[in-house]
Design a protein around this ligand. Structure first.
Ligand code: SAM
Length: 213
């Protein structure tokens, strides 16, 4: 996501309580922090629609958003601060998820969401894909035994790649669609990118993987 630099972003993010400054100090304590039994993590929130809408749809669960780009993260957090009703079930991490297993204890997370992750089309950049084996091995660590990854994308190449990567790592494909929005899915919020692709009439691919059947 290319964006112009927002001069206020860095200071704004530093001041917001919802933004967790040293996430590794909360490893093993996220459920306590949010006072919730179930923890969802979205990696690459972009401007935060999905993170916010899902935390409202499921106030009984904790929702942690992760976004590495300061400018986009600031827009997501600002959107959250403007809500009429403050949510106590959310936290935000403004950092790169490349070492995500440092931030959570083994088995601490219930669901990881990957929405319209950057496709990184060049082969040499595949290692940056959030469904690259290097990331999947960390997800396996932090997810509980019944935990799952939910992925949505418009990008058929990234989707095919992800199916193979999860298969290589021994995960089970639990749910799969090549046109997820063909039917109503009120239980699942539409992200910014998803809305754009739906408006263009493009199909939304979705898969859910579990570590064990
Ligand atoms: N999920 C949003 C949506 O569906 O509208 C945004 C999609 S945008 C294409 C992907 C976002 O993921 C970008 O904002 C990017 O900065 C973020 N991202 C990519 N790799 C990341 C990483 N390793 N850690 C944290 N954020 C990442």
């Amino acid at each position: 996501m290319r964006m112009r630099k927002l001069p206020w972003a860095e200071d704004f993010l530093k001041e917001q309580e919802v933004v967790i400054k040293e996430p590794s100090t909360y490893a093993g304590k996220w459920k306590q922090l949010l006072n919730k039994e179930v923890l969802h993590v979205e990696i690459g929130t972009g401007k935060g629609d999905y993170w916010i809408l899902m935390s409202q749809k499921q106030p009984e669960n904790g929702w942690i958003g992760i976004e590495k780009n300061n400018n986009v993260a600031a827009l997501a957090v600002r959107k959250y601060t403007k809500l009429e009703e403050a949510m106590s079930n959310v936290a935000f991490i403004n950092d790169d998820a490349e070492n995500i297993s440092d931030w959570f204890e083994k088995g601490e997370v219930d669901v990881i969401h990957l929405n319209f992750s950057d496709p990184w089309p060049k082969k040499r950049a595949h290692k940056k894909r959030l469904s690259n084996e290097k990331f999947i091995r960390q997800y396996a660590d932090i997810l509980n035994d019944d935990g799952e990854i939910q992925m949505k994308t418009d990008n058929s190449s990234l989707f095919e790649y992800s199916v193979i990567e999860f298969q290589k790592c021994g995960w089970f494909l639990h749910d799969f669609s090549v046109d997820f929005r063909r039917n109503e899915h009120d239980e699942d919020a539409i992200s910014e990118y998803e809305r754009k692709f739906m408006e263009k009439g493009q199909p939304i691919y979705r898969a859910v993987w579990k570590k064990y059947p």
